[in-house]
Design a protein around this ligand. Structure first.
Ligand code: NAD
Ligand code: 6OD
Length: 484
């Protein structure tokens, strides 16, 4: 079995405690990870602080960009290693990981290497009482050591979405990937080694959340900021821990995202787009649609078409080209999703399709699969309509008016993403503007220029990532005032 070690100050380090990493396709361990204890996290943070004052801190922006582009090149050169590792940890289809996860892992480094060079600062001329005047200009400085805590659903993509801008701004990082998916983070450490990243700039600690590497990092007094993607409840725990040392936080949290289909939508496009938004990555996407609202005149036809879509998903082996639906990430997550499948029935749902565990009659029966599932008939107050499930499931409800559906869509404590499907573009703009989400799509889903702001309103997060928004978080302006 592959051993996944911690990476500190440019060296791969073993540990006494280890934990197994399982393949969700068959439930079997495929790797063993070294768990970082408090002393190991202390070493990682100390190495990251030391590196700030060393070669990395002296580099020009152009030199930093050059090395970040080399990281992107190397990820592409080792594409198959990253693909195999991501698929082994998550069970996701090759077709998905090879089109989204791994290319975006590389692209994140290139995008931020290219954008840091044009990250402008402010300048203000001012009058002075003696008439000579003064100029104020700001410089952006790195924050210091960034604690990066990332989830398991898009492991490489979401981790590099933080590491790349943090390094572009001149910080150093200590990364704690999810305990479920530590493999691609370990490969990234190898890549950092191979491209000659100065020791201590990128540090990796494996482990869990509470009372483990995650908590040790968030409570550490010698880190400067924490960037976290994961569950809202974990965000609350991190906020409490980080308050001890008053650290800036960037949070991308959960969602319960609505998709709205009007009668005048292109029907086939809406079925295809909403279907992808529900079932892609087995519903384990923070932006996934779990609440669908369909105008009453097309409701029955839409439910029928979406049922056919769900039932046509291919639950093959990850490396088969036709496979477009994989297992959930872990036994615990499978049990959580199945508990919602049971709860929906007791809350009065009509189960249009799914609701159980598929039968394969091979080793996948020991894996963590659930059936793609669609419900109708639930009250808007039902837990299954209110709470994030993070599985391949949605509830579909009819609506009659634009005003009504805006109210229904906004009646959530979350505000991450929404989609509106209509051929009336004026209505598309109007409804998108009225929705209380950080990202609002019209006639599409998951499409995004990486320079745009990404993040959630309400309980879905704090701050924005993407382009200049990331660069703003990972640097701080200092003002210099010069009297002329
Ligand atoms: P999670 O919150 O369970 O874990 C995320 C990370 O936090 C892991 O590395 C975990 O070890 C660590 N962690 C857990 N408890 C901790 C603690 N007390 N202190 C420090 N670290 C701790 O999330 P997950 O289950 O890995 O991911 C699924 C969740 O992430 C869903 O809620 C989903 O909506 C959310 N998510 C949000 C976005 C977004 O951009 N808004 C993107 C992806 C996932
Ligand atoms: O595409 C991205 O940059 C991004 N942050 C996607 C988030 C997906 C959540 O699961």
């Amino acid at each position: 079995m592959r051993e996944l070690r911690n990476y500190i100050d440019g060296k791969f380090m073993n540990s006494e405690r280890k934990f197994d990493v399982s393949n969700p396709v068959n439930g079997k361990p495929h790797a063993v990870a070294c768990e970082a204890d408090q002393a190991t996290v202390d070493d990682a943070v100390a190495a990251a602080n030391k590196a700030l004052a060393g070669e990395w801190g002296q580099m020009s922006v152009a030199q930093r960009c050059e090395i970040l582009c080399k990281v992107a090149d190397k990820i592409e050169e080792r594409f198959d290693d990253f693909l195999q590792a991501e698929v082994a940890d998550t069970g996701k289809p090759h077709s998905l990981a090879s089109h989204i996860d791994i290319p975006r892992g590389a692209a994140n480094f290139r995008v931020f290497a290219n954008s840091i060079g044009s990250f402008a600062t402010e300048c203000f001329e001012m009058d002075t009482p003696d008439g000579s005047g003064a100029i104020n200009y700001s410089l952006r400085k790195p924050l210091g050591v960034i604690g990066v805590i990332s989830p398991w659903n898009l492991p490489l993509l979401l981790m590099t979405w933080k590491v790349a801008p943090a390094l572009a701004c001149g910080n150093t990082v200590v990364v704690k990937p999810s305990e479920e998916t530590p493999s691609t983070a370990t490969l990234l450490a190898e890549v950092m080694d191979e491209v000659g990243m100065p020791a201590g700039v990128f540090n990796l600690v494996h482990g869990f959340g509470p009372d483990s590497a995650g908590e040790f990092l968030t409570k550490h007094k010698d880190i400067s900021a924490i960037t976290f993607t994961g569950e809202t409840s974990t965000g609350k725990a991190i906020m409490r821990a980080a308050s001890e040392n008053v650290k800036p936080l960037s949070f991308e949290l959960g969602g319960k995202n609505p998709g709205i289909v009007f009668e005048d939508a292109n029907f086939d496009d809406a079925v295809e787009g909403i279907g992808r938004a529900i079932f892609a990555n087995t519903g384990q996407v923070c932006l996934a649609t779990e609440r669908v609202y369909v105008e009453r005149s097309i409701f029955d036809n839409f439910v029928h078409a979406l049922k056919e879509k769900a039932e046509s998903l291919e639950l093959g082996w990850p490396d088969e080209e036709r496979t477009n639906f994989g297992p959930l990430v872990s036994k615990a997550h499978q049990q959580k999703v199945l508990s919602y499948y049971r709860l929906a029935v007791s809350e009065g749902a009509n189960v249009i399709t799914g609701g159980g565990v598929p039968k394969f009659s091979d080793e996948r029966d020991q894996g963590f699969y659930v059936e793609p599932t669609i419900w109708t008939g639930l009250s808007e107050e039902a837990k299954c309509v209110k709470e994030e499930i993070f599985g391949p499931v949605c509830h579909i409800a009819p609506f009659d008016t634009e005003q009504e559906v805006i109210k229904l869509a906004n009646a959530s404590e979350y505000g991450l993403a929404s989609s509106v499907w209509t051929t009336n573009l004026a209505r598309g703009h109007r409804v998108a503007k009225a929705l209380e989400s950080g990202t609002n799509w019209v006639n599409c889903w998951f499409l995004r220029d990486l320079r745009t702001p990404f993040g959630g309103t309400k309980m879905s997060g704090i701050g924005r990532e993407g382009g200049v928004h990331s660069l703003n978080f990972y640097s701080e302006p200092v003002n210099i005032c010069v009297k002329l």
